[in-house]
Design a protein around this ligand. Structure first.
Ligand SMILES: C[S@@+](CC[C@H](N)C(=O)[O-])C[C@H]1O[C@@H](n2cnc3c(N)ncnc32)[C@H](O)[C@@H]1O
Length: 393
């Protein structure tokens, strides 16, 4: 792989501060779980990747998400929201991890155009720095809707009717890493020796043993030897808190991931951890902590299983391409194209390119999946009308 771009001296010194904090945490207990390392690398106040001031999203950042590719994403998603919002009383939209704030502003403007604005739009964002950026962007793009917006530290205690959205949030949650060697299960933790961070295998505790046994049980396949992967321990508690908070409503999870059998297939023996730095994807999780994004793919079978046990209806599972097409992307695209004059060639090409990026299999169309979890809703969500792959879960 080509060498990664060298950070500036200032960026390196920022990363060094986080590195010191990680070492102090390790010194307290000899090794920390990868989930603790990932949480620090991404969310350590003032220092973590999402908690500090780098650009992150878009061309000048490290990666691009669907809402940043095109407003067509939010405009299509708005039609799925519309179908559900009109059936709910006093409905609220709750967005987790709103990134730059672009999805929120594009969604609100489209829901306004569709004449189905929610009672309120709440954002739950763990990064204080991103909260500020979201507030600025929303103030700039839709100041007249400021009264609808609120940033919450946690979910409300009183039940509300809501549509909950999480685009690329599950992949940014800390995961535990495990390895199977000679029939024994280990947790892959992080230690500090020879002046650097290293992986170290430690005996798996009961909770990890149980989690891996559940993976083998639900996928119906035993993980082979010399096999390394990861799982997200926060999924179930997180979904549980959402279920408790919901009167009636829908949760839409959009992320890159696989069903469990694909995720934990014998060939994927190095797991799915991936790092992003200036649009380069690589697997060195120790590269300048705090300067790069660290992610893991989503095991959608695990998500569905947890949701089902909690009491959600798993209402649909499909690819991003099929979801956007089912929501009406072709008509939205046609309307936008016909509003352009014949001379506006570059705008026409830009729109076509955006549709390709969002929907082509080699781009974001198939790697990204959409899962719908419902509480007290009628079946028949439009985003899953063209293709529903729940039987693969
Ligand atoms: C990869 S970014 C995606 C941003 C945005 N949704 C988008 O699609 O452009 C992940 C976002 O999730 C936030 N995040 C991660 N875990 C979260 C949690 N448990 N609750 C709320 N936000 C979270 C991060 O701070 C960040 O804003």
């Amino acid at each position: 792989m080509a060498a990664l771009p060298e950070p500036t001296a200032e960026q390196k010194s920022h990363s060094q501060q986080l590195y010191q904090t990680v070492i102090e945490a390790i010194d307290d207990c000899t090794a920390i779980g990868f989930d603790q390392y990932m949480a620090m690398a991404l969310y350590q106040p003032g220092l973590g990747y999402y908690a500090a001031g780098s650009q992150k999203f878009g061309a000048a950042g490290d990666f691009i998400t669907s809402p940043e590719v095109s407003p067509l994403f939010a405009q299509s998603l708005a039609r799925q929201l519309q179908q559900v919002l009109v059936t709910l009383t006093d409905a609220i939209v709750i967005e987790f991890g709103a990134g730059s704030g672009l999805l929120a502003s594009d969604l609100l403007l489209e829901l306004e155009a569709l004449d189905c604005l929610p009672e309120a739009y709440w954002i739950i964002e763990v990064s204080a720095e991103l909260q500020q950026r979201q507030q600025q962007l929303l103030q700039q793009k839709c100041p007249h809707l400021a009264g609808k917006l609120r940033w919450l530290q946690q979910l409300p205690e009183q039940p509300v009717n809501a549509v909950v959205i999480a685009n690329e949030v599950l992949d940014a949650m800390p995961v535990r890493v495990f390895e199977k060697q000679n029939g024994e299960l280990f947790e892959c933790k992080i230690e500090h020796s020879a002046s650097k961070l290293n992986w170290v295998n430690t005996a798996a505790d009961a909770s990890l043993q149980a989690a891996v046994a559940e993976i083998e049980d639900t996928t119906g396949q035993l993980l082979p030897d010399n096999y390394r992967s990861e799982y997200n321990p926060s999924v179930k508690p997180w979904l549980n808190s959402i279920h408790t908070m919901l009167g009636q409503g829908l949760v839409l999870l959009i992320d890159y991931g696989y069903d469990g059998r694909q995720y934990y297939s014998a060939e994927r023996d190095m797991g799915t951890l991936m790092c992003y730095y200036q649009h380069r994807a690589h697997d060195n999780v120790f590269f300048y902590p705090g300067l790069q994004d660290i992610t893991a793919f989503v095991d959608f079978t695990g998500v569905a299983e947890a949701a089902f046990e909690i009491g959600f209806d798993v209402m649909g599972y499909t690819t991003q391409a099929q979801f956007l097409l089912g929501c009406g992307l072709p008509e939205i695209f046609e309307n936008k194209m016909s509003a352009l004059s014949d001379q506006q060639i570059s705008q026409q090409m830009q729109l076509s390119q955006q549709v390709k990026t969002l929907t082509l299999p080699g781009e974001m169309g198939e790697r990204f999946k959409v899962m719908a979890l419902g509480k007290g809703l009628q079946p028949g969500l439009r985003g899953f009308s063209l293709a529903d792959f729940r039987t693969r879960l």
